[in-house]
Every structure is written in structure tokens, then in C-alpha cells.
Design a protein around this ligand. Structure first.
Ligand code: PLP
Length: 424
């Protein structure tokens, strides 16, 4: 008789896993307050309160809210004056927004490979990719891993590159006392539903530089003058002026957030540290035990990391320890044992179904540019190996379960290993 759940056997996990997002009466109360207030658009009291708290949480001098974690990246590049003719170095393994923001400002994303133990951008590959046209570097704090931040800051400084951190995956990681989003020139965050801090949709930008903060605030708000950052702006001046750069008005669009989202974010932010602590305790336990299973490799955690945040929890699989069972079959078997959506990592951006810049007419500025943005020209062997052969990921909300629930994950892996013949 078959034992594996995927073949009709009894599954390891009988109970459901914690859902996401977590909501309480606080959200309902604040939402109802916003509805009654009639202040529904941007720069309301809830947004101002949230952005102050978020800025303090991340540890930067300034922050601004924006519509999502895609436009945040776009306006980060615009604020740094990056556009046509500029190259931007981007990791090959990330959500497509990290690269598509570059073509959205007519710059050229240069995809570079990642490190095999973290799936984060490889500093060695960054150095190899720098040319006289390179203007910026976008790094991603991916899943529950971080790039080698000190090395990257050094490279950026030595080569005079702007550093943007795409921290959409990580709220609250602490590395040497600092958080993602506070290391570079600009940090970019997403509050999309699946993220560790969420309002369904939304985003934010962080920076320590006042001039950048003011420009970001204008860029997210049709070029208007700053009112959200500077509470000293007199009431009568608000909305009158427009942000000026070297005496000129700037052009932009509406990338704002609403007061409803800000109300939700205020409540979610209050719960964040408690959730983070629990997730990191469970992840630390899980990683310790996963390491004991031959053929399973936990992701790298920097020794300087005091707290680790997770978007997806990820680990690596070596098929030779599972009688050469392909990772895709292993993932399906694990899903069936655990009642969980087990996914591979992101599809590498050199051939990703969500990143097809050549299908957009507006990117066809000239034949040379169009050729250069063809993602197929980049070689990303480590990204490809992670995607095709190694990667196992599941949503961070699983880490909110009890510590003993983590044992189900371990038991399921061992069960598949012991009964792997059923799958061959
Ligand atoms: C690494 C990364 N960057 C940027 C984004 C874009 O964020 P949003 O969905 O809010 O536009 C995401 C979303 O999944 C992401 O994972």
C-alpha cells in the first residue's frame, strides 16, 4: 500500500496552517474612523503617523508612502536621475519589478548572477558587470537571506554608484544593528498582501538624504511640493507651490497611497515585531533541524544578523540524496504531506514569463537599446540551477505556527526520503 499522501496515503499534516494577513478589531476601528473622517486620500493624519513610525522603525531620517513596491523602484531611479544611456546592475533572481523599473525609465538593466548559498546578488559578479555607463545598483534582500551588504557598499562607493535596496521581502531584519532599507541611498518596500507588512497593496521609500526624500515625495505626487515630510510647512502654503529642481518644475504622475491603507498599516506595524520574533525562532529551529537531513541545505544567514525576516522561507534540495528524484516531484509530494503551497524560487529574469521587455513597443527606442534590453543575452547559471534543481520555498505565515508544528515539515521530508521509491 502506498504511504505518501500524493499517492493516496495519510498526510503528515492534519491541521491547517496560520492564514495571512492577520487582522484584529484594531483594523476595523481605525478603518471606521477613516470612513467617518471623510479624509480618504493622501497625506492624511494616519499616513503622516504611519510614515513617522515606519521611518523610525527602519532607522532612516525620511520615508514616503507610494502606491506599490513597483513604482517605488521606478521613482527611486528617477530621483537619482537615472535614465536613458545608464546601466543599472540588478540580480537575476528576483521579482520582475526589480528589473522592469529600469526599462520603465529607459535605463538598461544588467542582470547578474547570485550566490548559490543565499540566492542574493553576487558581489564578484557585480564588479565584473561594472562599465563606465553603470550608474546604480539595485540589490534585493531576497526571501530570508541578505546580500553581503558591507562588500556591496564598498563596491558602490569605490565606483561612485547609487545603491537602491529592494527590501520588499524584509521588514525588520537586523544586521549589525541596522535594517534593510537603511544601508543604501534609497530603500524600497512593498505592502502587497503577501508581504510581511501589508495593506493589500502599497509601498514606501526610505532615505537619509533630505534632497532625495523631497524629490521622492514630489515624484509620487504629480511633482507637487513636499507637505508630508515637513510638518512646518504653513497651512496656507500647502498645495500652492510645486517641487522645483534647479528652478524647474518636475514632471511625474500619481503614485500615492490612501488613508485607508495607512490605517491598516498602522495596525499591522504594531504587530510586526511580535510576529518577527516568532517567525525567526521557528525558522532558526527549522534550519537547525533541516541541516541534519542529508540532501537539504538551509539558506545562508549572515553571522552579523541579529534578527532575520522572511518573505518566503527557502531551502535547497540535492537530488542525489533522494535517489535522483527531481525537485519538482519532491515539491509536489511535500505539498501533499503538508497541505501547503510549496513553490520554486523566482524564475531567472533572463527567461522569465513575467519579464518580457521586448513585447513593449514603448521600449523600442532604437535598435541598439532594444538589443541591449533583451534578457536572453545574460547568462545566469546559478539562478538557473536554483530554479530548475534546488529551490523549495513556502510563505512566511507558516512560521507563525507553533514550534512543534515545524516538526511536521521535518517529518514530511524524512517520510518522502524513506518512501522515495514510490515516486521514481
Ligand atoms: C523583490 C520585490 N520587489 C518588488 C516587488 C513589487 O512590489 P508590488 O507588488 O507592491 O508592486 C515585489 C513584489 O512581489 C518583490 O517581491
Amino acid at each position: 500500500m502506498n504511504k505518501l499522501a500524493i499517492n493516496g496515503g495519510k498526510s503528515i499534516r492534519k491541521k491547517s496552517w496560520p492564514g495571512w494577513p492577520i487582522v484584529g478589531k484594531e483594523e476595523l476601528e481605525l478603518m471606521s474612523e477613516v470612513i467617518s473622517s471623510g479624509v480618504w486620500s493622501y497625506n492624511g493624519p494616519k499616513e503622516k503617523e504611519f510614515i513617522r513610525k515606519f521611518r523610525d522603525y527602519i532607522g532612516t531620517k525620511y520615508a514616503v508612502c507610494a502606491a506599490n513596491g513597483t513604482v517605488t523602484l521606478q521613482i527611486a531611479l528617477e530621483a537619482l536621475d537615472i535614465g536613458y544611456g545608464d546601466e543599472v546592475i540588478v540580480p537575476g533572481l528576483t521579482w520582475q519589478a526589480t528589473a522592469s523599473c529600469c526599462v520603465d525609465v529607459n535605463a538598461m538593466p544588467v542582470l547578474v548572477d547570485v550566490e548559490e548559498d543565499s540566492w542574493c546578488i553576487d558581489p564578484v559578479k557585480i564588479e565584473e558587470a561594472i562599465t563606465p555607463k553603470t550608474k546604480a545598483l539595485i540589490i534585493v534582500h531576497l526571501y530570508g537571506s541578505n546580500p553581503k551588504i558591507d562588500e556591496i557598499i564598498k563596491i558602490a562607493k569605490e565606483n561612485n554608484l547609487c545603491l537602491i535596496e529592494d527590501a520588499a521581502h524584509q521588514y525588520g531584519t537586523v544586521i549589525n544593528g541596522k535594517k534593510p532599507g537603511s544601508f543604501g541611498d534609497i530603500g524600497s518596500f512593498s505592502f502587497q498582501q503577501s508581504k510581511g507588512l501589508t495593506s493589500g497593496e502599497g509601498g514606501a521609500l526610505t532615505t537619509n538624504k533630505k534632497d532625495l526624500a523631497e524629490k521622492l515625495d514630489a515624484l509620487r505626487n504629480c511633482g507637487r511640493r513636499v507637505v508630508s515630510l515637513n510638518s512646518n510647512v504653513k497651512e496656507e502654503e500647502k498645495g500652492k507651490g510645486y517641487y522645483k529642481e534647479e528652478g524647474n518644475f518636475i514632471h511625474s504622475g500619481n503614485y500615492r497611497i490612501t488613508e485607508f491603507q495607512a490605517a491598516i498599516l498602522l495596525c499591522q506595524l504594531q504587530r510586526l515585531d511580535g510576529q518577527l520574533k516568532k517567525k525567526d525562532e521557528n525558522a532558526t529551529y527549522l534550519n537547525k533541524k533541516l541541516k541534519e537531513i542529508d540532501g537539504i541545505i538551509p539558506m545562508r544567514r549572515e553571522k552579523e544578523t541579529q534578527i532575520q525576516a522572511y518573505f518566503n522561507f527557502a531551502f535547497r534540495y540535492e537530488k542525489k540524496y533522494f535517489k535522483n528524484l527531481h525537485v519538482s516531484k519532491f515539491r509536489k509530494a511535500l505539498s501533499a504531506e503538508l497541505g501547503l503551497d510549496i513553490q520554486p524560487c523566482y524564475e531567472p529574469l533572463n527567461n522569465c514569463q513575467f519579464y518580457r521587455p521586448l513585447t513593449k513597443k514603448r521600449y523600442n527606442i532604437n535598435p541598439e537599446y532594444f538589443k541591449k534590453i533583451n534578457p536572453l543575452r545574460f547568462l545566469l547559471p546559478v539562478c538557473e540551477n536554483a530554479f530548475k534543481n534546488e529551490s523549495i520555498t513556502f510563505h512566511h505565515s507558516v512560521l507563525l505556527a507553533k514550534k512543534e508544528d515545524m516538526n511536521d515539515i521535518l517529518k514530511a521530508i524524512v517520510k518522502i526520503k524513506e518512501n522515495v521509491d514510490e515516486l521514481l
